[in-house]
Design a protein around this ligand. Structure first.
Ligand code: NAD
Length: 494
């Protein structure tokens, strides 16, 4: 386990506008605190509409030439960025951990996923060379991909590097000028990514950063020159941005929250299953949109439940498990646990009040692994996204009852089945509502190019945020039909 390295001094985050690092005028700023220590590690400006307009104008100017730059040249910049990302991976993993509360190992994993998305975008030249067909004698059809112009991405706190990296490598390689609005809780990693984009040689304005919160987002949503918005965050905000962005004539893909189900049946592998369940609900202190939240225990799986509780009890809150983002998250989760108990759930493991030893972590935000048993599907603990290391066990007697609970959730990010029986696995693969399904995998994040995206209230809009359908999100397909007559009017033809 790596201990998190914190920034040596307080980082003053600035906006990246037209290739320059600027402190926006009129903007107030707020502190960025490390979830591990509660200490101030940065300051972030809250950009107003005029600061957003300045960034959009610089991006609009840059988008013109960048859109006309051949794909091969655009790809060379991404190749340079990818090399820098790999070289700075360790530093960025620590930075992401220090501001988001995730472990350094999870920080690294997010960056490796980012490299995977870069590889996907780098393969565009080979993969997406277009189609050209003679549709009738002398008539051909083809399509060419054209960029949209200025596009923006609004990202959450829990993946300071990975979620931005889902977006901008693909968007800029397709010829757009991209504006990132990172979470105001984790702006430091975004600035470090911006420094690498500048060092990679992208022309000024092709990649911009505007810091801020709701007012900054609203300014991006309302700006007529922003043609597409990708959002990743909680469901209420995702829903609102999808509606508002569409109302302002933009293309919007908005990924929301989740309530993920792990279905465990009596023939589940006893060696693999308990640790996979524990890793899924405790990893990143449960602050993953793919984290297990509900375990649907089918029939008699009591030995597995006991093993899960034993393994979870051994985990210590601290740098090996990760911290909750802020005090508000700790309060919200402690209240949810108390409510579940009052609703009749059995508290098999109580993580409240558990914290790492040592002065350094005294003001951090902690909750130990918590397991609730006997949770009914109608209880809040079974329905609401809690976003912490809390597992709600719902007991059911049949596989179809388990699927009925999963299907009834308004969310639809992830579901997994733990079984040694192929037919059982297939029933869940076919019957689950979730957009990403795992078989004996606790966190079923697809590898590229298999795309990332859920269903229901976990995603508003069409297509996925990565993979092949993201190409259509970040570009137009222009269709060209050509007809040439065989007429000759000169002897030079023959
Ligand atoms: P959040 O919705 O609070 O914030 C996300 C972004 O939206 C931030 O940049 C924030 O500044 C901005 N924002 C916040 N409130 C806003 C408002 N009222 N109007 C406009 N913009 C606003 O989410 P979070 O707490 O940063 O992240 C955790 C949430 O994100 C969880 O619900 C998690 O499940 C979800 N998430 C989903 C995915 C996915 O792929 N589906 C991935 C990661 C996180």
């Amino acid at each position: 386990m790596s201990l998190v390295r914190f920034p040596e001094s307080v980082v003053s985050c600035r906006n990246l506008v037209g290739g320059e690092w600027l402190s926006p005028t009129e903007a107030q700023s707020q502190d960025v605190r490390s979830p591990y220590t509660g200490a101030i590690i940065g300051q972030v400006p809250l950009t107003t509409a005029s600061g957003v307009a300045q960034a959009v104008e610089a991006a609009r100017i840059a988008a013109h030439d960048w859109g006309l730059t051949p794909l091969r040249e655009r790809t060379q910049c991404l190749q340079a960025f990818r090399g820098l990302l790999e070289r700075h991976l360790e530093r960025l993993a620590h930075l992401a951990a220090s501001e988001s509360g995730k472990t350094v190992a999870e920080g690294r994993a997010g960056l490796l996923k980012g490299l995977e998305v870069c590889d996907f975008a780098l393969s565009l030249q080979q993969m997406d060379s277009g189609a050209h067909l003679e549709v009738s004698r002398g008539v051909t059809c083809e399509y060419r991909r054209e960029p949209l112009g200025v596009v923006a991405g609004i990202t959450p706190f829990n993946f300071p590097a990975m979620v931005p990296l889902w977006l901008f490598p693909i968007a800029v390689t397709l010829g757009n000028a991209f504006i990132l609005k990172p979470s105001e809780k984790v702006p430091l990693t975004a600035c470090a990514l911006g420094e690498l984009m500048v060092a990679a040689g992208y022309p000024p304005g092709v990649f911009s950063i505007v810091h801020g919160a709701k007012a900054t987002v609203d300014a991006l949503v309302e700006h007529p020159d922003v043609k597409a918005l990708a959002f990743v965050g909680s469901t209420p905000v995702a829903r609102r941005l999808y509606v508002e962005g569409s109302r302002h004539g933009k293309r919007v893909l908005a990924l929301g929250g989740a309530k993920n189900h792990l279905i465990v049946v009596p023939d589940a592998d006893p060696d693999l299953t308990p640790q996979a369940v524990v890793d899924s609900f405790t990893g990143c202190a449960g602050q993953r949109c793919m984290a297990a939240s509900v375990m649907l225990a089918v029939g008699n799986v009591q030995p597995l439940v006991e093993d899960i509780v034993k393994r979870a009890a051994r985990l210590e809150p601290g740098p090996g498990m990760g911290a909750l983002i802020d005090r508000g998250a700790v309060d919200r989760l402690e209240t949810a646990i108390a409510k579940a108990k009052a609703d009749g759930a059995l508290l098999l493991l109580d993580g409240r009040g558990r914290r790492p030893s040592g002065e350094l972590y005294a003001n951090g935000h902690w909750l130990g692994p918590t397991v609730l048993d006997g949770v009914r599907p109608d209880m809040e603990a079974a329905r609401l996204e809690l976003f912490g290391p809390v597992l709600s066990i719902v007991r059911v007697t049949t596989l179809s009852a388990a699927l009925a609970v999963e299907n009834a959730s308004p969310y639809g990010n992830a579901a997994s089945i733990f079984t040694t029986n192929g037919a059982v696995a297939q029933t869940v693969v076919e019957g689950a509502k979730a957009g990403m399904v795992g078989v004996n995998v606790g966190v079923p994040v697809p590898r590229e190019p298999f795309s990332f995206g859920g269903t229901g209230e976990s995603k508003f809009g069409h297509g996925d945020i990565t993979g092949p359908s993201s190409l259509d999100f970040w570009s137009h397909r222009k269709k060209v039909t050509r007809k040439w007559s065989a007429r000759t009017d000169g002897s030079w033809m023959s």
